[in-house]
Design a protein around this ligand. Structure first.
Ligand code: KG4
Ligand code: ZN
Length: 344
């Protein structure tokens, strides 16, 4: 049996399928970002599921062709089974289950957030524990103390919106494109980040938790008050807003470093593709911590991270029954138990 693991991710609007060769550390991936959502300026769940269904078999064929392998050579199959859009996840999960069943291969379900936590290690480096695992994406803003593989303590989460979510919403208000993070980053390059001021939000119950909805409301108010929101205005607002998101991330990271005394930070998730955020974190925290951020192509959703985690788990003897179910939420690090404890 060759050491080849298949990973599938259909958690949102990217259809992705990858092979991980655990012996050589090599990846081969096929990914398609759905463009059906652009005209709606946001992901339409029903369209996303249908698109995954049409795309997955095509990507699988092309992946096997590219890698020049036969399905029977696979050592195991892993798939995202939480969190995300439930219809989208169901498509990938059902596809992976059927494939594993028909080939009699070991099967495992992967938490997509755990995938992002380890995507900085897709370059063949081995994790050193403990580390502060930071996931900033369209649906999540979390910091975990990763004590070991599979042992995660939630240090921080958001009490309202996620970082990527407010970037997407702000881009929609300004009508500058979708997804919002890259659209804001693009026009922010020429903007004045000092033109609009945003406070650093304080979460009374737990000052290292994130809160992004207040700055989103403030940015919207700036936008609505302007009679002529021309390109210069939008660039300045984008730069100021992006800066407010970055400042908050750095503030919460400083607090997490103090709290845990853990000086290794490993980032992941779509928002960490932001060059300004990457540079600012290294500039501000680089003297105080070792910082790992995935290559830009592996910040956003990808199946390589799922293939790698599937390999690690299956090789160490973990598999799932084909009866596992899809979930729209993650429970990594007892996410909800912690949330309830502080009364949200
Ligand atoms: O991890 P991801 O691909 O999907 C989720 O799991 O949510 O993250 C998507 C999010 C979106 O909100 C998108 O606007 C944001 O990541 N994003 C960015 C950048 N590229 C993607 N945000 C800021 N700057 C970017 N360059
Ligand atoms: Zn993601």
């Amino acid at each position: 049996m060759r050491d080849i693991f298949l990973g599938i991710d259909t958690s949102c609007d990217d259809t992705s399928i990858a092979l991980y060769f655990s012996g050589s550390g090599k990846f081969i991936e096929e990914r398609k970002t759905q463009d059906v959502h652009e005209k709606f300026k946001g992901v339409v769940p029903e369209l996303a599921s249908r698109d995954h269904l049409e795309t997955l078999p095509v990507l699988l064929d092309s992946l096997l062709e590219k890698a020049q392998i036969e399905p029977f050579e696979l050592a195991g199959i892993g798939v995202t089974y939480k969190p995300g859009l439930i219809g989208s996840i169901l498509v990938g999960l059902s596809f992976a289950k059927a494939y594993a069943y028909s080939l009699s291969k070991p099967f495992i379900g992967i938490d997509h957030i755990e995938g992002h936590l380890f995507s900085a290690f897709l370059n063949n480096t081995k994790p050193e524990y403990p580390f502060l695992g930071v996931v900033l994406s369209g649906g999540h803003s979390e910091i975990f103390l990763v004590k070991n593989f599979g042992d995660y303590e939630l240090i921080s989460t958001t009490v309202d919106d996620a970082a990527g979510e407010v970037l997407d919403k702000m881009a929609r208000y300004m009508d500058i494109g979708f997804p919002g993070g890259p659209a804001i980053e693009k026009i922010a390059i020429n903007g004045d980040r000092k033109r609009f001021s945003f406070p650093l939000p304080i979460v009374k119950q737990n000052d290292n938790y994130f809160s992004f909805s207040g700055i989103k409301t403030a940015a919207l108010a700036y936008f609505q008050k302007e009679d002529n929101p021309d390109d210069k205005f939008k660039s300045d607002l984008a730069a100021s807003f992006q800066d407010a998101v970055i400042r908050q991330v750095i503030d919460r990271l400083k607090k997490a470093l103090n709290l845990t005394k853990c000086h290794r930070i490993v980032m992941g998730g779509g928002v960490t593709a932001n060059t300004k955020l990457r540079n600012s974190i290294i500039e501000e925290l680089g003297d105080n911590a070792v910082i790992l951020i995935p290559d830009i192509e592996y910040c956003t959703d990808n199946a390589s991270m799922i293939a790698q985690l599937s390999a690690w788990k299956i090789i160490s003897g973990n598999t799932d029954e084909l009866s596992i179910e899809a979930h729209s939420i993650s429970d990594l690090g007892n996410y909800y138990i912690k949330k309830n404890k502080i009364g949200f």
